[in-house]
Design a protein around this ligand. Structure first.
Ligand SMILES: [Zn+2]
Ligand SMILES: [Zn+2]
Length: 323
């Protein structure tokens, strides 16, 4: 099984945005699904995970097969976990979830996750969700291995691992910590399988002369999903409100990283909820003039790494040339 597909279920940052201005790119917050071989991985549990959970339930019911999946949380800001309490598979006792996320503010990840599922914020506690949950810390330099062939338990290596021991049908997840996001930083993930790889690097502000650690981490990856929340004008605050220090990037920052890392396809991600479909399409069009190999993420965008990127479908909006 050589497939490696990325599907976007939530592409917004900060908060979900319903309404007529967000129907094309979508209004849900961060959630990305990876299907690799027979294995599904989910990155982030923003509100996009709700629709993904519903789809997983349908598939599971039709195939008469229990859900067994792995979820990686980059960090625990609301826009990256707010959908998890409504992720229906977590309420079903036949479901198995392997959940990984960062320690935050001296707290283990299982405690942090439990913190978003408790009264008075939510009526159901994490322990009351009936699925089998295996919750672990994951941090920089950890390596997570899992078979792409079957649903055997993912193996987390927190000490040095000789990469030559990785089996050919293993999926490899590597982790890099970014400190360029307030106040506890965030995790970047690199997921590799056979000759293919993708990097998820959201919620980061970039650096002067670019984030060299990220450039090395993403070197020659097929796909880089990078934060591109603000236009340069909004980032510096041309209209009187600067977003510097908010922990987010501009498309230009993302493009520089993508070019220097020599990635094949850049995906602009974590769109500002105040940006309309037209504005994001314009951002994409301007970005493509600087770097043709980029696309603005939208809900439903599916990228098959094994098929190349020339036929990716873009959001088309009358009067805006995104070709
Ligand atoms: Zn975010
Ligand atoms: Zn954040």
């Amino acid at each position: 099984m050589g497939n490696f597909t990325i599907r976007f279920w939530g592409v917004r940052g900060s908060y979900p945005i319903p309404g007529a201005q967000s129907v094309r790119f979508g209004g849900n917050t961060s959630c990305v699904e990876l299907n690799i071989g027979n294995r599904r991985l989910i990155i982030d549990g923003g509100t996009g995970i709700i629709g993904l959970g519903n789809q997983m339930l349908k598939e599971s019911f039709a195939a008469k097969k229990a859900i067994n999946t792995t979820i990686l949380f980059s960090h625990m800001h609301h826009d990256h976990n707010q959908g998890f309490p409504f992720f229906k598979p977590a309420f079903i006792d036949s479901t198995t979830l392997h959940i990984f996320g960062p320690r935050s503010f001296q707290m283990d990840f299982d405690k942090v996750l439990a913190g978003i599922l408790q009264p008075p914020f939510f009526p159901v506690e994490l322990s009351e969700m009936r699925s089998k949950k295996f919750i672990s810390n994951i941090s920089e330099n950890d390596i997570l291995l899992m078979s792409a062939v079957n649903d055997t338990v993912p193996r987390l290596h927190t000490t040095h691992l000789d990469k030559s021991t990785i089996a050919s049908d293993d999926i490899l997840v590597e982790v890099l910590k970014s400190f360029a996001h307030p106040k506890g930083g965030t995790l970047f993930f690199k997921v590799s399988y056979k000759d293919y790889s993708m990097v998820f690097a959201s919620d980061t502000e970039g650096y002067l002369w670019d984030d060299q650690k990220l450039i090395n981490f993403a070197k020659n990856a097929d796909v880089l999903i990078h934060d591109a929340q603000y236009t340069t004008e909004d980032y510096i605050g041309q209209n009187g409100f600067s977003r510097q220090g908010f922990g987010h990037s501009t498309p230009e920052i993302a493009i520089e990283v993508a070019k220097k890392a020599n990635v094949k396809q850049l995906v602009l991600f974590h769109h500002d909820p105040e940006y309309s479909d037209e504005k994001i399409a314009l951002i994409e069009a301007h970005s493509r003039m600087k770097h043709p190999d980029c696309i603005a993420a939208y809900e439903g965008l599916s990228i098959d790494l094994t098929k190349g990127f020339s036929k990716l479908k873009r959001v088309q909006i009358k009067g805006i040339n995104t070709i």
